[in-house]
Design a protein around this ligand. Sequence first.
Ligand code: NCD
Length: 329
Amino acid sequence: MKAIKHLFGIAGLSREQIEYLVNMGESFIEVNRRAIKKAPTLRGKTIINLFFENSTRTRTSFELAGKRLSADVINISASTSATTKGETLLDTGQTLAAMQPHVLVIRHSLAGTCEFLAEHLPNTALVNAGDGAHEHPTQILTDLLTLKQAWGSPEGKIITIVGDIAHSRVARSHLLAAQKLGYTMRVVAPKTLLPAQIERYGCKVYHDFDAALPGSDAVYMLRIQSERLTDSCAFPSIREYHEAYGLNAKRLRAAGPDCIVMHPGPMNRGMEIATDVADSVKSHILNQVEHGVAVRMAVLTALCGGMQEEKSTDSGLPLSDDKAQGSLI
Ligand code: NCD
């Protein structure tokens, strides 16, 4: 298995690498539940979290992940960075890289931000914490850990993902992961919130939520990404959206007794999800949050050299060569 140099997206990860990170994440759950939540794994390492978009879960869990593994962690948000003074993204990236961090975690509204910066920052490991509507790999690793805990393996299961598929990096990354790990995605959305040619991901598309429910092992609800919506007519009203695409108790019953509920957060209660469903015993939403810290501990450990490379790489290149270590795009 190739070691990880950067984490740009699920697209660049092999099934083996995904499972390795999820398994390592699982081993960190116990550390996070201890009375003293500290391990020395990343002592002496510096991690910078650079967030140009709002975040509660992802930013806090990256910060906790680094701190619980004894790294030095710095957080920068767009409103406090020099980009508000006109500095370019590249200058901000190069400035932070000049301070010699080991890892730079970046959330940005532009797709491909990490890939772009990686070309200019050769000595810094980059993690995509969400880039526009493109990818959100650590959210999917988080979800896969939650599914592992719930089911053992997602293979052969059916996950019905509902809502603003067109603007959701979570949906896109899940569609990629499903193909690699052998689970089925049913995609439910009004036509206005579906990207063109979504079927090429091998998913089944529904416009009728009720038709997609029977047989679903999980229903994964998405927030309308209003910050990315250019079309104000994507749906008539919140009430009508909730009627057609909201998960309520009746719909959850129709999905079957073992169906679980997931949501990456933040939730808009009363819109994509009813409060009684969000707070029900079927809801794994807070498990996802807990697992988000553990999985990010695994990602940071892997990027700081904790992922052992096997001697025979399929590229045949020497291990000292960066390319042989697999830049995961
Ligand atoms: C998601 C995101 O930012 O893409 N949230 C998260 O990271 N937990 C989903 C969303 O914002 O709706």
